[in-house]
Design a protein around this ligand. Structure first.
Ligand SMILES: Cc1cc2nc3c(=O)[nH]c(=O)nc-3n(C[C@H](O)[C@H](O)[C@H](O)COP(=O)(O)OP(=O)(O)OC[C@H]3O[C@@H](n4cnc5c(N)ncnc54)[C@H](O)[C@@H]3O)c2cc1C
Length: 280
């Protein structure tokens, strides 16, 4: 039986972590408690973060949007700042789990779980999200792509927690697109996902684009060369076809119970064709 602490103040949290070097923190518990039940992990000491109000909510200043790590998926979906400026996240959150999972699961938990199928991750990669990591005496910032090291692996030491996510407000993108291919329409883990931010000029040329794929590698994948290649190309089947081939060569999918690597490779490229609906 694990000891469970529920600190309500940061000092209380740091004290518990100092005294319990094996302690494992959790937020909504929708990942961790499932793993405990399946006996994949059996910590002696659990620390529930849910009473730490400083880690909750969405704020903005002139330049940045700040999302507390303990903000639930439901709270983000209902937040006016996210609704106004971060549609890419709302598209992804609407497809994450089910209402009970969105009520309990948090942004921080989705990031630290570091599943290549985590639905908020591809959007956060193309938003160039920075993560704030707090400890007793300091706060450091890291880009999401250097924080996530592989499936279930993140750059987080004992005594550190993910405290908030920071997203720059510029540049602005007209198109925010998130597409998840799963084995069914609801409550499905993604087999492939693609997040896109894009601007298209009045003569139907791509003027700016960011792309990231989930579930086709050990972490979310983003290819600067493909983004660069697509700028200035017409948003047509012909304009996208070479990039589709490039994506299919670059992704690194595996076979697993949900899909074959071959299927994932094919779909990862072809998801680009979904962007044709934004043609002008
Ligand atoms: C039925 C079901 C369906 C699901 N469907 C989806 C889905 O469609 N898409 C998807 O992406 N996910 C899905 N999930 C997974 C899960 O709900 C999400 O990843 C959720 O965002 C996890 O958040 P949490 O707060 O519950 O994490 P927790 O379970 O509390 O924690 C997860 C991990 O993060 C760590 N952690 C949590 N918060 C912090 C923090 N602030 N600082 C440091 N470490 C922290 C914990 O130690 C743990 O290792 C599903 C889960 C279930 C049970």
């Amino acid at each position: 039986m694990s000891k469970v602490f529920m600190p309500a103040q940061p000092d209380e949290l740091w004290g518990i972590l100092d005294e319990n070097p094996e302690a494992v923190v959790y937020a909504g518990g929708t990942d961790l408690l499932v793993r405990l039940r399946s006996r994949f992990t059996k910590p002696d000491c659990l620390v529930c973060l849910e009473r730490l109000d400083d880690l909750k909510g969405v704020k903005a200043d002139d330049d940045d949007i700040f999302i507390g790590a303990l903000t639930t998926h439901r709270e983000m979906l209902n937040d006016p700042i996210i609704q106004k400026d971060l549609h890419i996240l709302t598209h992804a959150l609407k497809q994450l789990g089910s209402p009970p999972i969105r009520n309990m699961g948090t942004l921080g938990g989705n990031i630290v779980t570091a599943s290549p199928a985590g639905d908020t991750l591809a959007p956060l990669y193309i938003l160039n999200a920075q993560l704030e990591i707090g400890s007793r005496n300091s706060t450091r910032r890291a880009p999401i792509e250097s924080f996530i090291l592989g499936p279930g692996k993140v750059d987080l030491a004992h005594g550190e927690i993910l405290s908030r996510v920071v997203v720059r407000k510029v540049p602005k993108f007209e198109v925010h697109h998130y597409e998840k291919v799963g084995k069914r329409n609801a409550l499905a883990c993604s087999v492939v996902s693609m997040a896109t931010l894009m601007n298209v000029s009045s003569n139907n040329l791509i003027s700016n684009i960011r792309l990231a794929w989930g579930s086709v590698g050990p972490t979310v994948l983003r290819f600067g060369d493909i983004e660069h290649f697509l700028v200035g190309k017409p948003l047509t089947v012909e304009g996208l076809s070479e990039a589709i081939n490039m994506i299919q060569e670059l992704v690194k999918p595996i076979d697993d119970i949900r899909a074959t690597a071959c299927y994932r490779r094919e779909v990862a490229g072809r998801l680009l064709l979904r962007l044709l609906k934004y043609s002008v």
